[in-house]
Design a protein around this ligand. Structure first.
Ligand SMILES: *Cc1c(COP(=O)(O)O)cnc(C)c1O
Length: 375
């Protein structure tokens, strides 16, 4: 490891492989696998994860924006890539040249993309997004919008300058327990199918790739949400399965002990002196702070895993470092490995403590933290 032994994220490619295979096993044969690698593969490194997914046989990748897609193409990834968010129409020539698939989120965008593609004499591969209840992107088609939605989808797929390869919707409550969430989700899936049936009845057009399941859909709504393709992100990285698929966390956020101090009782620790030692204390200074992704709101509210036991974090988390109580942890010394979350410390629990979800903590691990790949 060519690290300065500061702070690093250990990424187990073996865990991602294991998770990919565990997800695959739950799918009907013939359902394609789109791996979501947006936001640098949820902090795991988009290029490394995409290479692995390509090797494992994933059929598609998805990112959030053109820059993320270009990073993968520049890195030699040849798989089809779906851009889930908006791309300004001026980039249509680049999308076509790089063989990228663009999401189309409304009739106006369909017209703009189509016009630019026509001007350069090309055809843009697209997936149409339907808003069946997420209340975010997509053609409106719920309730009184049904007929107009169908009409707009037909207009979009009729453009000679678009290649309407796919259609998808995003489920807003598929990871939620309870009958209310179940009814809502089945309603979304039902509406999605109804729109497609109506489009096909009127125009004869059938989309080759229909997809609606992100991680929640894969976990809770197979087979009805499997369709032609699924789009898991979080599950690939080892979270969100409630233990049901036996997934393994892929990332361990690791740091070390850079300094050890011995304080008398009554010594205030860090900004604001919010923590005061109650006894003689062996305190470690750890080179990880909120600029590395260790949220400041976790100050004083969690413990680090060490080989000698749990070490409570003390005082306010600073930008680049924070303190941990090593009293009685005699095995823990300068340069000892310390885990924030991963193999030993649950990310789910840390996220709950921070009042957020595992997604946000994974994405918060900053650019400054080197990713170290192990198999
Ligand atoms: C992020 C995203 C996904 C993946 O979601 P997970 O919950 O991580 O599986 C799938 N589809 C869309 C449209 C997304 O934005």
């Amino acid at each position: 490891m060519d690290l300065q032994k500061r702070t690093w994220a250990e990424i187990s490619l073996g865990a991602i492989r294991h998770n990919y295979e565990a997800i695959r096993r739950t799918l009907p044969s013939g359902t394609r696998f789109l791996g979501v690698v947006k936001a640098d593969a949820y902090g795991h490194g988009a290029l490394a994860v995409s290479r692995l997914l390509a090797e494992l046989g994933a059929e598609y990748l998805a990112v959030s924006c053109l820059d993320e897609a270009m990073e993968l193409r520049s890195g030699g990834i040849g798989l089809p890539i779906l851009i889930l968010g908006h791309t300004p129409p001026t980039y249509v020539p680049l999308l076509i040249e790089q063989n990228l698939t663009q999401t189309v989120t409304c009739e106006a965008k369909a017209e703009e993309f189509s016009a630019v593609a026509a001007a350069v004499g090309g055809r843009l591969r697209v997936h149409i997004a339907l808003d069946t209840g997420m209340g975010r992107l997509g053609f409106l088609c719920a309730g009184r919008h049904f007929e107009a939605g169908v009409k707009n989808v037909i207009a979009a797929v009729s453009s000679p300058h678009l290649i309407p390869e796919g259609v998808f919707t995003h489920l807003a409550r598929s990871d939620e327990p309870g009958q209310g969430a179940r009814d809502f989700t089945l309603g979304q899936i039902g509406l999605f199918n109804d729109v497609l049936t109506e489009v096909s009845k009127i125009s004869g057009f059938k989309f080759p790739l229909r997809h609606c399941a992100s991680s929640g859909g894969v976990l809770n709504y197979i087979p009805e949400a499997a369709m032609d393709m699924v789009r898991p992100g979080l599950l690939l990285y080892g979270y969100g399965d409630e233990g049901r698929l036996g997934l393994r966390p892929a990332m361990s956020l690791m740091t070390t002990v850079s300094t050890i101090k011995h304080y008398d009782a009554g010594t205030p620790i860090s900004y604001g002196g919010t923590f005061v030692t109650e006894r003689r204390t062996r305190m470690g200074v750890l080179p990880i702070g909120y600029a590395d992704g260790l949220l400041r709101c976790l100050s004083g509210r969690f413990s680090f895993w060490t080989a000698g036991g749990q070490a409570p974090q003390r005082g306010r988390i600073c930008m680049d470092m924070c303190m941990a109580d090593l009293t009685g942890l005699d095995k823990v010394n300068l340069d000892s490995r310390v885990e924030v979350f991963g193999q030993h410390n649950s990310l789910d629990e840390l996220a709950r403590t921070a009042g957020t979800i595992p997604y946000e903590l994974l994405c918060s691990v900053s650019k400054r933290v080197p990713r170290v790949y192990v198999d």
